[in-house]
Design a protein around this ligand. Structure first.
Ligand code: URA
Length: 211
């Protein structure tokens, strides 16, 4: 595992909220709210090094040069469907960001990611793209989504997840060594059904109440 490209977000608020989300009996409403809140906190971390420029402004008292984010246009790219759980929280912090939706599902037999929808802004090459999916399990969906974004011109991609399995991190870093990862936790392993252990179950089902 490459230390440079894996950012473990150990902030107490993130850790506390993640532990609440893991609880089996947590309600759908609470699970969704927590995912949204953590999305906001992870957005804060993943944008930490955005370049600033000094801009002339006037306060009620005096003129000054004030720091503002320099030109970098952001695209938020949730992998459907669980990735959408991060979206509102992230948009609350960067309301002018564009959104690229990436529809992938996991074939239950092969566990490979199958594309069923892709809609992104035209100019991905001059944008920073924040790819997001709460669970980095086998890595198949995240790898396929990153490859799709690259074929559409994206050159500056960051991947944000909530929980990662060591297997998924290894696969993602092997296929996309240029893309740094932000995660709130690295769990123990995958089980025989490729669920993260101890994990939190199926993030999509828990968000949308589909099980
Ligand atoms: N997807 C999930 O939602 N949960 C897992 O544990 C693995 C993949």
């Amino acid at each position: 595992m490459s230390a440079e490209t894996l950012h473990l977000v150990g902030h107490p608020l993130v850790q506390h909220k993640l532990s609440l989300m893991r609880e089996r009996d947590r309600s759908i409403k609470s699970f969704r709210e927590l995912l949204n809140e953590i999305g906001m906190l992870l957005c804060y971390e993943v944008t930490r090094d955005l370049p600033l420029e000094l801009v002339d402004i006037e306060t009620p008292i005096a003129a000054m040069k004030a720091p503002m984010i320099a030109g970098k246009k952001l695209t938020l790219a949730p992998i459907l469907r669980a990735g959408v759980g991060f979206l509102d929280g992230m948009l609350a912090l960067v309301p002018s960001a564009r959104v690229a939706h990436i529809g992938l599902y996991r074939d239950p037999k092969t566990l490979q990611a199958v594309e069923y929808f892709f809609k992104a802004p035209q100019d991905l090459s001059d944008r920073m793209v924040i790819l997001m999916d709460p669970m980095l399990a086998t890595g198949n969906s995240a790898c396929a989504a990153a490859a799709l974004l690259k074929t559409r011109g994206a050159r500056d991609i960051r991947f944000v997840c909530l929980l990662a399995a060591p297997e998924g991190i290894a696969q993602f870093q092997n296929e996309h060594p240029d893309i740094p990862i932000w995660t709130a936790a690295v769990d123990e392993k995958l089980n025989d059904h490729s669920y993260i252990v101890p994990g939190l179950g199926d993030a999509g089902d828990r968000m949308f109440g589909t099980k």
